[in-house]
Design a protein around this ligand. Sequence first.
Ligand SMILES: CC(C)(COP(=O)(O)OP(=O)(O)OC[C@H]1O[C@@H](n2cnc3c(N)ncnc32)[C@H](O)[C@@H]1OP(=O)(O)O)[C@@H](O)C(=O)NCCC(=O)NCCS
Length: 196
Amino acid sequence: MADNGDILIPYPLEILTDRLALRSPAFSHAEPLCEAVVESFSELHPWMPWAQEEPSVEKTAENIRKAIDEFKAQTAIRIHVFDRKTGQIVGSSGYPRVDLAVPNVEIGYWIRTSRTRRGICRETVRALTRYAMETLRVQRVEIRCDNDNERSWRVAERVGFTLEGILRRNCLDCRGRPRNTRVYSMLPDEWATKQQ
Ligand SMILES: CC(C)(COP(=O)(O)OP(=O)(O)OC[C@H]1O[C@@H](n2cnc3c(N)ncnc32)[C@H](O)[C@@H]1OP(=O)(O)O)[C@@H](O)C(=O)NCCC(=O)NCCS
């Protein structure tokens, strides 16, 4: 594990919420994760650059190996989201960008199609924001969304993140067209206020 001074995210990691268990990636997740991606492919495809081809279990296992390496190096923190009652994998989230110098993190997420619109993403984002603020003691949590992906940016707004601005044509979308990106953030004092 990287020696990064103040922040140390343990591997393996488990964070529990009312309904969910958020866990660091493990090889045993390959088959159920692949199944969740295949089930959700048409919803993931427009928004997630990695979802341009349906995955195989082998490809998913390779991807999990990379995610474990990145987790241990603390360069990107993947978190798989499980239903505590059924044990089913319901999505994936984490901190795809970690800046240990500030420190700050970005949160990313997707939820499998059969389990959307039940507040699972919100519960996940809330738990990862809490962990970042209260355990990692970051200065900032950021969420970036394609301006056209309203379902995604509504999650950030419902959790109480502040829209800082919209970056105009700052990168390409999954079809290779210039896209506008919403940047949301939460600072520690704002998080503390929302918990009262
Ligand atoms: C965007 C995405 C992550 C949302 O996940 P989700 O789990 O459906 O999100 P939530 O349920 O937390 O919130 C979505 C809606 O469910 C509603 N909801 C919340 N709790 C609920 C409950 N207990 N029962 C019913 N509906 C509920 C919310 O009000 C919200 O509705 P609104 O948008 O009208 O406000 C999911 O659609 C997805 O994975 N999309 C594809 C990938 C993607 O775009 N990822 C983001 C890239 S930045």
